[in-house]
Design a protein around this ligand. Structure first.
Ligand SMILES: [Zn+2]
Length: 50
């Protein structure tokens, strides 16, 4: 089951559960990338380190 990640959609100006989310690692930071389920805009969300 895929991880559920929330990110801020700049188009909706609201927090959304990111659709088709993919977790990548950039310079030691985890980055979630996907699209907004409502408007389809791209959402990029930086995840906090544990
Ligand atoms: Zn949106």
């Amino acid at each position: 089951m895929p991880e559920e990640v929330k990110g801020y959609c700049v188009k909706c100006k609201a927090e959304r559960v990111i659709k088709n989310v993919k977790i990548t690692e950039v310079a030691g930071r985890r980055v979630a990338k996907g699209v907004c389920p409502v408007c389809g805009a791209e959402i990029t969300h930086f995840l906090k380190k544990k």
